[in-house]
Design a protein around this ligand. Structure first.
Ligand SMILES: [Zn+2]
Length: 660
């Protein structure tokens, strides 16, 4: 026995020497996004939203978390106050998500008062954590009275309990807080919990996975911060368990499927590598696909890449609303069949749109292809921002493409609501909006990608140079863009400027939506006033040259009003058109048309023009023209879809009858 330690040391030396020889550069996405903390947005569209999120949405959601007992649940679990757990089993995540949003704002704008309030919350979370790292207040707060759905013991009902889902959001929040402040107080809680998961789950341990994906994304973020490969391995393990071993632990013994946790609903009907159609709960699907992209990038798994590429083809060709919204059915918040894309009853959960942005961004980072950013941009400007009011304190959970003013599609209301019993969407908005500047630029060491058009400034690190980028534009209202490229030292490198699909007569990468007419004016690009041919590489104009301080790229994307039609298989949209301009999908509201929107008919050859109205809904471009109402020609007013439902409850539609 005495000899064993010597032997262990000896073996370790050999193993360490081996890993040193074999040491490879870590795999990751071939492109790095320029982090949101490094991009200064200074425009009239996003900056007000970021400010409103900071000043209104985050404090408002924090207050809701307090008033609804979500914060107290941690204090009760920690034995700091008496009481009973309140609410749904996933309510911890509403606190985590708002904390993540708050941490993101701290990263760009220090605020000692906000930081202190987060530290106080972190103390409550630490108190709620059990000695071995377990952290799930619905069980710890009232062990004698388990909350509905969580099962009788730890991990006993993972298809339903959200134990791992809650953990994933906690990791994301903890990482955001660590990155913003450098403090480890929240991170240590996350690590302690993740270490428990590593000890608990895996081969020869508990073989199971989560009914609601999210832990995979969180584990990958923890892996990136800590370098602990166990977290990455576990993220992949949770994905690989889907569609396997269902009889083991994901469902408790003697369990019977309910419609809410049957395998298709939770994407556990097949192994992830064999799933080719997006089915089930749309938010879970998006988090799973985003997690798969992370694992693909970090492990180099071609199988994973092929699987998510196939799923993407299915989603964008057969299951996406024109706004980018995902999840056709209110029933279980799920995808419909191929081409099942209703309007009045479409679900299009705000969280699914945010998940789609996360997924498409990861696919861009993997493939360097602008088609993913085309979907990201469409989703961002339409399906995401519609989820929160311009004032920042009311929210849509579902986002239908039409409303009759009566059907209470939004959890009991036909308009935005301040909060919900299941409040996933407001928290998701709160954490997403501050991260938005992180989607504008990316770089791969030799080249810079400009993906979104937003007046902004950033310094981007290349292999041996720093490049200042200053972008000026009136986007999304105008298509003129100016990008000043100022390298620290004169050097040759590539600038990839995305030429949106919509500017190339292609609203989406596939054939789900098409413009009714070809528009002949093409995008025009120049460098220092000298016109450049558009040399497109995967949707990007590539300008490779020696750049020096003061060089300027000018891009002019013509922004006419376009009529869009759906693939003929979308039965609901037969004979209908939608109006778009640039990245924005438009809608018509009853308030502009004597209470009616659903029965308006757009003439086959409509007169259409646009005008900027600085006073309407914080300023926007209105599409004007003529429309038939009860056989009479009258004035049409269409506004961007994101801006609907700010002027009372009433009719709205994105898709208009086309005819005479
Ligand atoms: Zn949601």
């Amino acid at each position: 026995m005495r000899k064993l330690p010597v032997l262990v040391i000896f073996l370790n030396v050999i193993l360490l020497a081996g890993t040193a020889c074999l040491k490879q550069e870590k795999r990751d996405y071939p492109v790095n996004p320029v982090d949101f903390t490094k991009v200064k947005v200074a425009d009239d569209f996003w900056l007000p939203r970021i400010k409103t999120n900071q000043k209104v949405t985050i404090p408002f959601a924090m207050q809701q978390n307090e008033e609804t007992g979500r914060v107290d649940n941690f204090a009760i679990a920690g034995g700091l106050i008496e009481g009973e757990y309140k609410g749904e089993r996933y309510n911890d995540t509403d606190v985590y998500k708002v904390m993540e949003g708050a941490a993101c704002t701290l990263a760009t704008e220090p605020d000692p008062k906000l930081e202190k309030s987060l530290d106080e919350l972190i103390k409550l979370i630490a108190a709620a954590q059990e000695d071995d790292g377990y952290l799930f207040t619905p069980r710890t707060a009232t062990p004698e009275k388990p909350v509905v759905g969580i099962g009788e013991g730890r991990w006993s009902n993972l298809a339903v309990s959200h134990e791992l889902y809650n953990a994933g959001h906690m990791y994301e929040a903890a990482v955001a807080y660590f990155l913003a402040t450098g403090k480890r107080n929240f991170l240590e809680i996350a690590i302690k919990n993740a270490d428990l998961l590593v000890r608990t789950f895996g081969r020869n341990k508990l073989r199971a996975t989560s009914g609601h994906q999210e832990v995979e994304i969180g584990l990958v973020k923890l892996y990136r911060i800590t370098g602990n490969e166990d977290y990455l391995t576990l993220a992949k393990y949770f994905l690989d368990q889907r569609g396997k071993d269902l009889e083991l632990k994901i469902y408790p013994e003697g369990h019977r499927f309910s419609i809410y946790n049957e395998p298709t609903q939770i994407q556990a009907h097949k192994p992830v590598l064999e799933q080719q159609e997006a089915v089930g709960h749309a938010v879970r699907a998006m988090y799973m696909y985003a997690g798969m992209a992370d694992v693909a990038a970090l492990t180099g798994s071609q199988e994973y890449i092929q699987a998510i590429d196939l799923l993407w083809e299915n989603v964008i060709n057969k299951k996406m609303a024109v706004t980018g919204g995902l999840g056709a059915r209110h029933d279980r918040e799920r995808f419909g069949e191929n081409y099942e894309l209703p309007n009045l009853t479409s679900y299009n959960e705000t969280c699914a749109a945010i998940g789609s942005v996360m997924w498409n961004h990861r696919l861009f980072l993997l493939h360097k292809d602008a088609k993913y950013i085309d979907i990201l941009e469409r989703t961002l400007y339409n399906a995401v921002v519609v989820g929160v009011s311009l004032e920042g304190d009311t929210f849509f959970y579902p986002n239908p493409l039409a409303s009759d003013g009566k059907y209470r599609f939004n959890k009991g209301a036909a308009c935005r609501q301040p909060w919900f019993g299941t409040a996933c969407c407001p928290g998701n908005i709160a954490r997403f909006i501050p991260s938005m500047p992180g989607y504008i630029y990316a770089a791969d060491g030799d080249a810079i990608y400009t993906n979104l058009f937003v007046t902004s400034q950033t310094d981007i690190q290349l292999h041996d140079n720093t490049v200042r980028i200053e972008q000026q534009t009136g986007y999304p209202w105008e298509g003129k863009i100016q990008i000043a490229v100022s390298p620290y030292k004169e050097a040759e490198f590539g600038m990839f400027i995305r030429i949106p699909g919509w500017a190339q007569n292609r609203p989406v990468p596939g054939d789900l939506y098409q413009y009714m007419e070809e528009y002949e004016d093409e995008p025009i690009m120049a460098v220092n006033g000298e016109s450049m041919p558009l040399d497109l590489v995967k949707g990007y104009a590539l300008i490779h040259r020696t750049w020096k301080e003061g060089d300027v790229i000018q891009l002019d994307l013509p922004m006419p009003v376009r009529r869009v039609q759906s693939h003929p298989n979308v039965a609901e949209n037969t004979g209908k058109v939608a109006l778009e301009r640039g990245p924005l999908v438009y809608c018509v509201e009853g308030i502009d048309h004597e209470g009616e929107a659903l029965d308006l008919i757009l003439p086959e050859d409509p007169e259409i023009y646009m005008e900027f109205d600085p006073n309407l809904l914080k300023g926007l471009v209105v599409i004007k023209g003529n429309v038939l109402q009860k056989g009479n020609l009258r004035e049409l007013t269409a506004i961007p879809y994101y801006a609907w439902s700010h002027r009372g409850v009433g009719e709205m539609t994105v898709w208009l009858q086309s005819g005479r």
